[in-house]
Structures are given as C-alpha cells and as structure tokens.
Design a protein around this ligand. Structure first.
Ligand code: PHE
Length: 351
C-alpha cells in the first residue's frame, strides 16, 4: 500500500473511532493515538524518506491537511459532548422550585425573660454577677445559716457531687460570694443562673433558673424591697399588678417573706370572664386572686457574721424563679416544655 493510501486509511480509522466514541474522555484519548508526537500521523510522516524526492512535497501537504482536519473534527465532537452535558444538567435544574430558607436560630424563652429581668434591675443600679454552678457546702448552706444536720436543709433536695461540692440549689450562694468579694457595703448585685434540685413534675425541673438580688447598705429596709419588687413586677406584667407579702421562713433572711402578686389572668378577682356563662373560677390562681412569685427577706445577721460584715448595716435579698415568670408571662402550664427542645414551641418566642 502506498503511503498516501495508508494516510487515507488512517484518516478513515480516526473518523470511524471518533463517531463510535461514547463520551468526551473516549474522544480525547484519540488525540494522543492519532495526532500526538508518537501518534499514527507522526509515524507516517517519519516514513517520508521512503518516497521519491518528487513525491515528498505532495505527501507532506496531504499529511498536514489531514492533521488539521482531524483536529477540527475532534474539537467539534468534544464541543458537542460538552453541549449535551450542559443540556442534561440544565434539564435537572428546576428554576421554579422554591428556595431552601436557611434555619434561623432564636433566643430561648427562658433567656428572653432572664435578660428582661436583668435589664430592669440593671437600670435600677444592680450589677450583674456570675458564679459557679458546682458550689461548696460553705457558700450554698453553711454561710447562709443552714448549720450542718439542720432540718432547714431538707427544704432543698440537693444533688451532691464528690467531696465538699454540690450542685447549687439556689442562687443565694452568690450573696455570700458578692459580700466576700466586695468586703464592705454598699453591695447591689443580681445573680442570674442555673440551679439544681432533685425534683421532677409539671412545675419542677431538676435544672431551672433563678435571679438573685441583694442590696446591702446602711438603712436598707423592707420598704425598699417592696419598692424594687413592685417596680420589677409591674415592668414585667403591667402597671396594675399589686403585691402581697406573706410571712415565711428562710434561714438566711429575717424577717422572711413569700411575695405574691395579683393574678395576671383574672386581675386578682379570682373569677375569669368566659364567653358563655359569664364567669368561671380562675384556674391559674385557683380562685385566690394571688400568685406566688418569689421568696425574699432582710439579710439575717448570721449571714453578715459569716462574711464578716459590719452588723450595723442592713440589706434585703430576693430570689426569683425565671421559668415561673416565663410561664405566667406566656400562659404556659407545663414547665417541662421549656426543656424538651421542640421547635414548634421554641419558635413561638422569636422576636
Ligand atoms: N434562695 C431561696 C430559694 O431558692 C429564695 C430566696 C432568696 C429567699 C433570697 C430569700 C432571699 O428558695
């Protein structure tokens, strides 16, 4: 076979192989095999010396033209494969599909209420302080006038850790820490945070939140306590709220009070207006017209002694349950909802 005939056959082979190629990769592999430096065309060119001198220019021309043509065919085929791939991926893309909205986080209702309580008290001049949740027996009990083996300790179902540590049962140990740190009056602090008790039912959770308040100075009285709490609860629940102090007992306050506020549902009437029959008993306050909302009192002299404060100063302290406030504010009747992480519940409080 003449060299020219071989060139023609090689060209035909290439064209057939290109037509058979199933995809871009297969077509691309022909480039090396036919058009590369060690490919079929180069091999034919290298046999130029086999020809008579007069035939060489014509063959060289034919070979170059063939190379150029095959190159063009290859590029065209590759472009066709690419266009097909683009078409296929566009077919999978549906511009009418609704977009996927990014999920936005939001603050937990307990956090929202805790921040609101702190904001109101900060505005009155109370400074926010923070302390450990794993607390010593000294700060949680001893310095707060709960002697060892005293039955007052039974008020708090404590979760003990190893050694002298326990999970704090209230935020009151922050009273002790604040006074030890400040060394002398005046002290005006609030301490928000988590507390722990061995408790679990519709209104008790083994972890919940309190905000502690403490004001110590010369001449602080129960009237100041009443003023601060009235301001706080009216800001939280509305200007009509009234307060009631009931005698109570805490080892670290004397006198101690349980603070009730007028029911936010029936406005203290004990009866709730209902559409059909006119009125029905208020379930939230059990018809009493009052809601227990926090514990408070005047700092007991025994606590001042424990932190080495001048016995001539006086002070008040209060402890507020944050979940309790949130439940009343949002009308929630099961405290456990706060801790089940159900987004249908949590996203209702997005601000
Ligand atoms: N620490 C008390 C409790 O958790 C509440 C309280 C705080 C009472 C401050 C009086 C003064 O029950």
């Amino acid at each position: 076979m003449t060299l020219l005939a071989e060139l023609e056959r090689t060209t035909a082979d290439f064209t057939a192989a290109l037509a058979d190629a199933a995809g871009a990769a297969e077509a691309e592999s022909l480039r090396n095999a036919y058009l590369g430096r060690k490919g079929a065309l180069a091999a034919l060119m290298s046999r130029l010396p086999e020809l008579a001198a007069g035939e060489r220019p014509a063959f060289g021309k034919a070979a170059n033209a063939a190379k150029e043509r095959l190159n063009t065919l290859l590029e065209e085929r590759l472009a066709a494969f690419k266009a097909e791939a683009d078409r296929a991926s566009l077919a999978r893309f549906d511009p009418s599909m609704p977009g996927r909205m990014p999920e936005r986080g939001s603050l937990h209702p307990v956090t929202l209420v805790m921040e609101e309580i702190c904001r109101i008290l900060n505005n009155l001049g109370f400074e926010t302080v923070d302390g450990p949740e794993a607390e010593t027996d000294f700060h949680n009990f001893e310095a707060l006038n709960f002697p060892k083996d005293h039955p007052a300790r039974d008020m708090q179902d404590t979760l003990f850790l190893s050694g002298e540590l326990l999970m704090r049962t209230h935020t009151s140990p922050m009273q002790v820490r604040a006074m030890l740190e400040r060394k002398k009056p005046p002290v005006a602090v609030i301490a928000p945070g988590k507390v722990y008790r061995r408790d679990y039912d519709q209104t008790h959770s083994p972890m919940f939140h309190q905000v502690e308040g403490l004001l110590v100075d010369k001449g602080v009285s129960l009237a100041h306590l009443r003023g601060v709490l009235t301001h706080l609860l009216r800001d939280l629940f509305g200007p009509d709220v009234t307060l009631r102090f009931r005698p109570s007992f805490f080892p670290f306050t004397e006198p101690s009070v349980e603070v009730d506020m007028s029911c936010v549902i029936c406005r203290g009437s004990g009866r709730k207006a209902d559409g059909k029959s006119g009125e029905s008993p208020c379930r939230v306050c059990r018809s009493t017209g009052w809601l227990e909302i926090l514990g408070a009192g005047m700092v007991d002299p025994a606590v001042f002694a424990a932190v080495d404060f001048d016995p001539a100063c006086t002070g008040f302290a209060f402890g507020l349950g944050v979940e309790r406030v949130a439940m009343l504010k949002y009308g929630i009747d099961d405290l456990r909802l706060f801790f089940e992480n159900d987004l249908r519940f949590l996203t209702r409080f997005v601000k």
